[in-house]
Design a protein. Sequence first.
Length: 391
Amino acid sequence: MLKKWLRKLSPVLVIAFGFGVFALLQANKPIPEKKEPQARILQVYTTPAHLDTTVFDVYAQGEVKAKTRIELAAQVGGRIEWVSNQFIAGGNVKAGNPLLQIEKIDYELALSQAEAALANARVLLEKAEADANVARQQLAGVKNPSPLALKIPQVKEAKANVKAAEASLARAQLNLDRTTISLPYDARISATRAEVGQYIAPGQSLASIFGVDEVMVRLALKQDELASLGLPIGFNTTDYANAPRVIFSADIANRNYQWEGFISHIEASIDESTRMVHAIARLPSPYDSANLDRGMPMAVGLYVNAKIGGKQADSIVAIPRAALRPGDRVFVISAGALDIREVEVAHSNDEKAYIESGITEGELVVTSPIRNPIRGMALASIEANAVEASE
């Protein structure tokens, strides 16, 4: 009977014993030491702000265009009987040298006719003056003779006919001279549209020409870049020797070439679509040997980079460009915490930003990206920690 009860109560006894052991362990367990949670310190890369002396160079790009570009046209018509060997695409034209010759015979005949007409008008003038002289003698005793009786209108008419004949002769000579087509300045030919034997009409385009006395590049600038140059909108100078200098560069056949020009003026209006300001840079005589870079000219049609020399800044605070955040803000470590500064940027390029105000020399500026920056959050400089560890 006893064994039967022990068999029935054994599971209950085991469970009770387990609860007792658990209660004993709970009563004797060690109490853990309570510690205050420590704030996580974000480690970042920093650089001390330093003073620098620099020139605020401004960079832009543009296409080289000729100052003078025209469509060459004939002023008289006729058949082309000769063209210069430089009348080709790329031809080098000197001022005053003939380019084309239009057949002269018709204009030479017109000149001969004009010379004959002038000679005849002069004979008729002499005759009219002689008749007027005779009339004056015959009417010497007549009181108040009429101008017509004195042959005065006839003399005036003969003089007018002489002047008209002289004008016709001058026009015939001018048309004859215009059969030889030339340019008043040195130029290059970009395209031709006429051949020997072709009949051309007055005003017909014969070639596309551009002058080589000067090339220009229109450079788009941001408005704040004008401050870096120290130039106002509408700037204009004729003192080219002291104008702001520009270094043009271009890669041609895997080689870099450079040429030096200057800023002559800044347009007086702002582009309505881009809100940019345009500066005009010039290079005189780009095809002259003195302005070539290893034999290469700054040719019309090239797309060039331009570095414009701006104003010089002495002892200005400089920081890495990566430290300048959107909205002209800079993150600074101050007493181990993040301080967000709004700064006044004097100039910036791909490498550095130059600060007019907002930070001082020696302050640690953060160059690392910080997600969700909050003023006062704990920061530590990786560079400073590395220095302490080495010591």
